[in-house]
Ligand binder design. Structure first.
Ligand code: BGC
Length: 369
């Protein structure tokens, strides 16, 4: 979808509402409601007096988020804010909850309010290129956080090794089911990560497909990554194959939740291996209960800390020292990619629980004694 600023030029009322929201330092979805959080107020008052802004004084980081409607992004928001403030920066956060026009509008607001650096989690990898252009023409550098912005002169990309995420999923599942009928429930087609996760999965599956050991009997994107769309996809996969499916790889834990729901309806939950990612609490609980086989843990704190550190460097005009390059269709983007970790019931204690990502008590809450 092509999106230009002209097309989304705000109506005066919307602009006024957003201005009010910005001044009050909203961290939620602009004028719409967002999940309750510790970081909803005083986004503009944090920090310990660091300096280095182009305009003198405290560096102001604008964090433009796609959504806060998933557990992981609430962690990202809180951890990124804390990391930025610990470095003496001020962090302004806005979330568009899946609305491209709103994300662009919010970014435009942050630019006009004078942020020193813009950090974006794009809803649509292509549409947000408009934000990069706008920021650059105002002399503001732009970092892509977790998800790449495509076809834009983005300054830096900080994420996990997303292709590796898919490889970890497929390795875990094929070590249990080396041959059979596989279902792939993808992420949102608009998210570059969804393509990388899928590429990683097929890096592992393709040789098995070529040998005739594995067949992928269903392969669909999940619009906006929602569990309800994944549930519908998984119902279709089951009915198209008369329930004869041997394994499911879902692009994340939200979609894995929809998959497990569809399997439960058919009395198959716990009998067909399912992979997800994000180490969400519900997924960790499904793992110990036995209805989900594995997840991929991405330590969000490392990502948030690294992104905040490099955002401050970029804002000060320093080199971020990024060692990798990722092609975004336009340029080779300097990138930092952190390693993801496969988690199943055997290492859940020493990974997500040991890290304090979730408490042992929460993870084992529903487990049979
Ligand atoms: C992230 C995943 C997340 C998904 C849906 C992806 O870009 O990398 O961690 O589950 O978006 O929000």
């Amino acid at each position: 979808m092509k999106t230009g600023f002209g097309r989304f030029r705000p109506a005066l009322l919307a602009l006024a509402l957003l201005t009010a929201c910005f001044s009050a330092a909203c961290s939620g979805g602009g004028t719409e409601s967002s999940p309750p959080a510790s970081a909803t107020k005083a986004e503009q008052h944090g920090g310990v007096g660091g300096s280095g802004s182009k305009h003198g004084g405290k560096i102001k980081i604008g964090f433009s988020m796609d959504t806060l409607l998933e557990e992981r992004w609430q962690k990202d928001r809180d951890l990124f804010k804390a990391a930025g403030e610990a470095l003496g920066a001020e962090v302004v956060i806005m979330a568009a909850n899946g609305d491209d026009a709103k994300q662009i509008l919010q970014a435009e607001m942050m630019i006009s309010q004078g942020v020193d650096i813009l950090v974006i989690v794009p809803h649509d990898a292509g549409a947000t290129a408009a934000i990069v252009k706008k920021a650059h023409s105002a002399g503001i550098k732009v970092m892509a956080y977790d998800r790449l912005v495509k076809n834009a002169d983005i300054d830096l990309y900080v994420s996990f090794d997303n292709e590796k995420v898919g490889e970890l999923q497929a390795n875990a599942i094929t070590s249990i089911v080396p041959r059979g009928k596989f279902v792939y429930i993808g992420g949102a087609d608009t998210d570059n990560n969804a393509h990388l996760f899928k590429k990683g999965v097929f890096n592992v599956l393709q040789p098995l497909i070529d040998k005739g050991d594995v067949s992928v009997v269903y392969d669909q994107w999940t619009k906006d990554w929602t569990p309800v769309n994944a549930l519908a996809n998984m119902r279709s996969a089951l009915s198209a194959n008369g329930n004869k499916i041997d394994a499911v790889i879902a692009a994340n834990d939200a979609t894995a939740g929809g998959v497990v729901e569809a399997l439960t309806e058919q009395g198959l939950a716990g009998r067909i291996p399912v992979a997800g990612q994000d180490a969400e609490l519900a997924a960790a609980q499904r793992i110990v209960e036995g209805t989900q086989t594995m997840t991929v843990y991405k330590p969000i704190k490392l990502l948030a800390d690294k992104a905040a550190e490099l955002a401050v460097k970029l804002a000060k005009g320093e080199s971020p020292g990024a060692d990798r390059k990722v092609n975004n269709g336009k340029i080779e983007v300097p990138s930092v990619l952190l390693p993801p970790i496969a988690v199943d019931k055997n290492n859940i204690d020493e990974t997500i629980i040991a890290d304090g990502f979730h408490s042992r008590e929460d993870v084992y809450k529903n487990a049979k004694k």
